[in-house]
Design a binder for this molecule. Structure first.
Ligand code: SAM
Length: 269
């Protein structure tokens, strides 16, 4: 594994200073790496897609437990660092690319593992869930508030559209808190480790479901009666009632099943 000293040496040798805008806080704690690898539940035949491998400390842990690791890194300065850090591992393939643009379903991956920067964590997770159906399990470290939002349940303060969309595709769970001193440079926030286990999406027309979630959370403080009026028409109140839901609830109180019920009403129209 690459500890703090080796990570520092590799960065210095290649003249790379961590880039804050790209969320470059590299994991240097062997116990954290072990915890992530264990949570990913890798099997010997798995191809793992790692987003943002950085210097390769997590990549090395993954390579020891999977058949193949495809590591997609956006920062070209890190490519030679990664090549040196993983030169003894023939099952690691390094790809220079942006995970927000790459076709995440094209790598033949069955699992995704990542330590994700704040600003791209939600879009990258959503992109993988939406476009890479062969990835059955996602294991991601993210800033605590982002991870908790991804895994939030109805009624929680941070439950929002991403939380519902995540639940449409998967069962999310915050598995562990990760202290900030597990990273170099030390970030000024804590992180969490989140696992997302893919399941069959509910049996509902996708376009109607997404339209309902967008409309409902577009007016977060409003009841669904008000925010869904334009989708359900003037009879919204009776229609929502007839489906067994209370029209005065707010979107942050609605379960996945509640949104599915509303989407079925919309797709009948
Ligand atoms: N996985 C490494 C680790 O745990 O030590 C690095 C994690 S660091 C928090 C995030 C990494 O994601 C950085 O290497 C950064 O350059 C990369 N990154 C940021 N945005 C990206 C994107 N859109 N596509 C691919 N990699 C990205």
């Amino acid at each position: 594994m690459l500890g703090a000293r080796r990570v520092g040496e590799l960065l210095a040798k290649h003249g790379v200073r961590p880039n804050k805008a790209l969320g470059q806080n590299f994991v240097i704690d062997p116990n954290t790496i072990r915890k992530v690898v264990e949570t990913a539940r890798l099997e010997p035949g798995d191809t793992v897609l790692e987003i943002g491998p950085g210097v390769g400390s997590l990549t090395r842990g993954l390579a020891g437990s999977a058949m193949r690791v495809i590591a997609v890194e956006i920062d070209e300065r890190l490519i030679p660092v990664l090549q040196e850090g993983t030169s003894d591992l023939p099952n690691v393939e390094i790809v220079l690319g942006d995970a927000l643009k790459a076709d995440l379903g094209s790598f033949g991956a069955t699992k995704l593992v990542a330590n994700l920067p704040y600003n791209v964590a939600v879009p990258i997770v959503m992109r993988a869930l939406e476009t890479a159906p062969d990835i059955t399990r996602l294991t991601v470290m993210a800033q605590r508030e982002v991870g908790e939002r991804l895994a939030a349940s109805p009624g929680s303060k941070v439950y929002g559209a991403p939380s519902v969309l995540v639940r449409y595709y998967s069962e999310p769970l915050v598995v562990a808190r990760i202290a900030r001193n597990a990273f170099f440079p030390v970030p000024n926030v804590d992180s969490v480790l989140v696992e997302l286990t893919r399941h069959e999406p509910p049996n509902v027309e996708g376009a109607a479901f997404f339209a309902v979630v967008r409309a409902a959370f577009g007016q977060r403080r409003k009841s669904i009666r008000n925010s869904l009026g334009s989708l359900l028409g003037p009879v919204a109140d009776e229609t929502i009632h007839a489906a067994g839901l209370d029209p005065s609830v707010r979107p942050e109180q609605l379960t996945l099943e509640g949104f599915v019920t509303l989407a079925r009403l919309v797709s009948k129209e």
